[in-house]
Design a protein around this ligand. Structure first.
Ligand SMILES: *Cc1c(COP(=O)(O)O)cnc(C)c1O
Length: 380
């Protein structure tokens, strides 16, 4: 028989790694719900299953799929994107220093600004799209972690993962990337040199706006990863088995959804850039975007489903547009099959770099003509 090429990530995701239930030959494995397991008569636990808080077989199935998607050796599924992100910071030690982006997911930025110091960890926020600014912010010896998000909420700022990883590693710091909006379909941060990749699986990975979940993945099974595992186990941050099953089901269509959302976002960005009511479109797929060249290098197959528009009529026009849409759903979050629109400044609060005239758009998988017409009418 001829040698076969390894199956692609898309194929592996569609079949959830092709796992079949050994007892029934079911093409969908059963959901493992037990919280406790029988000890062997000689007091051992040979299956590796002891108790539900540190680990779960259904969760391990999701982690195997995520490892394949991110080209990672190890993955952890957690109860939310925030529990995944905070576990990475809670595994640091008092005295450690962190460099984080000025433009990033607002709830994590607020937690870093207001709460992390209680654990003795200091944070500096820099423009991570400027490699020299990152270099200047790193304190060799003290900086243990550089946190990135690309494309970053809500301006879709692009950071060069490869360049920042080189700088961070020279100074002995790890790099973690919130890759929620890029998804493993379009970008694989570990292949670009990052040490840890994080996802709010609530968004594209699940894709149906009905599960809160988080993911971490890495190739380094070191002390730091062990501390992150321990944070999940001790604090009970593992995702429940039913939600994990939904996440696995969602990931079967990940590639279809992400490619379609990216196509819709690109089409909307192109058309809205020429719309009389729109002052600016922020989308890394447009050559006018400051991060376009780096995005074109580190994203493959599309630029993602997220874009923002700034309205010529200012904040009032932005809020009115969000009020007028009929098809777009006026809601926070992103990455679902349904398109969402949000006046971002209303939610981000103090310290946000988000201008008041900005609407954030999460392009879903609907007919792009319907999506455009609805926006056009709402801006009218
Ligand atoms: C939603 C989101 C998070 C937080 O995820 P939750 O599941 O809501 O806790 C983190 N980062 C990004 C980029 C997000 O969009």
């Amino acid at each position: 028989m001829a040698e076969q090429k390894p199956w692609t990530r898309r194929t592996l995701a569609a079949q959830a790694l092709g796992k079949v239930d050994a007892q029934t030959q079911a093409v969908v494995p059963p959901i493992h719900i037990a919280t406790t397991f029988i000890r062997d008569p000689d007091n051992q636990y040979r299956t590796g299953n002891i108790y539900g808080r540190p680990d779960n077989e259904t969760v391990r199935e999701a982690e195997a799929i995520l490892s394949a998607l991110e080209n990672a050796a190890h993955a952890l599924v957690l109860g939310s994107g925030m529990s995944a992100a905070t576990a990475v910071f809670l595994a640091l030690k008092p005295g450690d220093h962190v460099v984080a982006p000025k433009v990033m997911y607002w709830a994590l930025r607020n937690w870093l600004m207001n709460d992390l110091k209680q654990w003795g960890v200091a944070v500096d926020f820099v423009d991570t799209s400027d490699v020299n600014a990152v270099r200047a912010a790193i304190k060799p010896g003290a900086t243990k972690l550089v946190w990135l998000e690309t494309p970053a909420n809500p301006l879709w700022t692009i950071t060069d993962i490869k360049a920042v990883s080189e700088i961070a590693h020279q100074a002995g710091a790890r790099v973690a990337v919130d890759s929620t909006c890029a998804t493993p379909v379009l970008t694989r941060p570990l292949e670009l040199g990052a040490d840890i990749v994080m996802h709010a699986a609530t968004k594209y990975l699940n894709g149906h706006s009905d599960v809160l979940a988080g993911v971490l993945a890495t190739n380094s099974d070191d002390d730091y990863w062990a501390r992150i595992r321990r944070v999940r186990a001790i604090q009970g941050m593992i995702l429940g088995p039913f939600e994990t099953y939904l996440l696995i089901r969602g990931m079967r269509t990940l590639h279809l959804r992400v490619f379609e959302a990216s196509r819709n976002a690109m089409e909307l960005a192109t058309r809205l850039a020429n719309h009389a009511a729109v002052a600016e479109v922020l989308y890394p797929g447009l050559s006018s975007h400051a991060g376009h060249a780096i995005a074109a290098k580190q994203m493959q197959g599309g630029f993602g489903g997220m874009l923002s528009i700034r309205l010529r009529g200012g904040e009032k026009a932005a809020i009115a547009t969000a009020a007028n849409v009929k098809l777009w759903k006026r809601a926070t979050s992103l990455g679902g099959v349904e398109s969402l629109i949000e006046h971002r400044a209303s939610i981000e609060g103090a310290g946000s770099p988000c201008p008041p005239d900005l609407l954030r758009l999460s392009a879903g998988i609907e007919d792009v003509e319907d999506l455009y017409q609805d926006l056009h009418a709402a801006m009218g």
